[in-house]
Design a protein around this ligand. Structure first.
Ligand SMILES: Nc1nc2c(ncn2[C@@H]2O[C@H](COP(=O)(O)OP(=O)(O)O)[C@@H](O)[C@H]2O)c(=O)[nH]1
Ligand SMILES: [Mg+2]
Length: 382
């Protein structure tokens, strides 16, 4: 009440000198500024991306850039191009090696020599455009061979990165090089292949250490913290555990029939659930909202459709329809939800495909609402 009276210019005129009025105005402005500062400080949102290796944490962060219009810098795009070249050649080496070990016959015997040639590629060599385009026709021929296709179908028996199929299906586009004299724009290097956002989303490079990226969303800084997920990287996680608003925990839901890269024997889903157990039941995160992403829905759907594997072989208590996506998803959700010890702690969840921008747009909108709503609730309690 009192402050309303003071702010009314007509009343003030009769009580105070012009200097006093000016001073009061200035102090009111300062109060407002302090209030605003306090508010914006409290409103910073820190999101921790957690989950086992290859669950999709870094891909989700790339989507945050894409969705919020923050372009990848040209230098970063060049780096991704290298990563993509590496993903393809190393992926084909794994497939050729697996074909040999699994004793699968070649469809075209000439590919025996092609395979040997690719196996000789030394992983430490820098794969520049020149070297990659040299390998490209051989890679294309090998990918068409039914022997390699069969090895690919048996990929759960060895370690193959999930994006290899996407890149090999796109090898013609990725290996396109126009030599300078043929470039219609006469540019010095020709309009060579430039990775698209979709290609960048599929590029796989294991995260080492901790990487952060802040994006202002509705004027609130959203600080995303991405970490390495493999066993050797996890001891670094606790360094980023303070002042967390929300944890986005990613699970690769298509991995029910795969084993870990780290020891080649532990079931990947089991490992993922053990990590989830230590996070969701951790007292440090008592007031932190935890959002579970059952990711790689596209790959899970494909796997179930292929009929080459069954969740029941790995989880004998599965009682749903082995081919039905919704049944498997319900089972997986329960598999994770059941480790949560505090029944009062809410668990939010989404079925996601991190490489699909439209899907992540919808999911992130819902996540944002959850986070801001919960943040508001906790602010009101303070
Ligand atoms: N098809 C498909 N691939 C995905 C999905 N999420 C991630 N990937 C791919 O899986 C690989 C591992 O993802 P990444 O984000 O690096 O996992 P991280 O170790 O948790 O950071 C990358 O090649 C991604 O492109 C998904 O939902 N569907
Ligand atoms: Mg990562």
């Amino acid at each position: 009440m009192a402050s309303d009276m003071f702010s009314c210019p007509c009343c003030l005129r009769f009580k105070f000198s012009p200097e006093e009025i000016e001073q009061r105005y200035r102090s009111q402005e300062i109060d407002k500024m302090i209030e605003k500062e306090k508010h914006s400080f409290r409103r910073q949102v820190k999101l921790l991306l957690l989950g086992a290796g290859e669950s999709g944490k870094s891909t989700f962060l790339k989507q945050m850039r894409i969705i919020h219009g923050i372009k990848f810098e040209p230098e970063l795009i060049r780096e991704y191009k290298q990563v993509i070249y590496q993903n393809i050649v190393k992926g084909m080496k794994v497939l050729v090696d697996a074909r040999n070990k699994l004793d699968i016959p070649w469809e075209h015997p000439v590919n025996n020599d092609n395979g040997e040639y690719i196996l000789k590629y030394d992983n430490s060599l820098v794969l520049d455009t020149r070297l990659f385009t040299h390998y490209a026709p051989t890679l294309g021929d090998l990918w068409k061979d039914s022997g390699i296709k069969r090895a690919f179908e048996r990929r759960r028996e060895f370690q193959l990165s999930d994006s290899v199929q996407y890149f090999l299906d796109n090898i013609d586009r990725i290996s396109r090089v126009v030599s300078p004299q043929y470039c219609p724009y006469h540019c010095p290097y020709g309009p060579d292949y430039i990775p698209t956002n979709r290609d960048i989303l599929h590029a796989r490079k294991a995260t080492k250490g901790i990487s952060e990226f802040t994006i202002p969303i509705h004027n609130i800084p959203f600080r995303f913290v991405d970490v390495g997920g493999q066993r050797s990287q996890r001891q670094k996680w606790f360094q980023c555990f303070d002042s967390v608003t929300s944890i986005l925990f990613l699970v690769s839901s298509s991995e029910f029939d795969q084993v870990l890269v780290e020891d080649r024997k532990t079931n990947r889903l089991e490992e993922s659930r053990n990590i989830f157990d230590t996070i969701v039941n951790n007292l440090i995160f008592r007031g932190v909202s935890i959002i579970l992403f059952l990711n790689k829905t596209d790959l899970l759907a494909e796997k179930l459709k292929s009929g080459e594997t069954s969740i029941r072989w790995f989880f004998p208590d599965y009682s749903g329809d082995e081919k039905k996506l919704a049944d498997v998803q319900t089972f997986l959700l329960e598999y994770f939800r059941s480790v949560k010890r505090d029944p009062k702690k809410p668990l939010f969840y989404h079925f996601t495909t991190a490489v699909d921008t439209e899907n992540i747009k919808v999911v992130f909108n819902a996540v944002k609402d959850t986070i801001l709503h919960r943040n508001l609730e906790s602010l009101m309690l303070q």
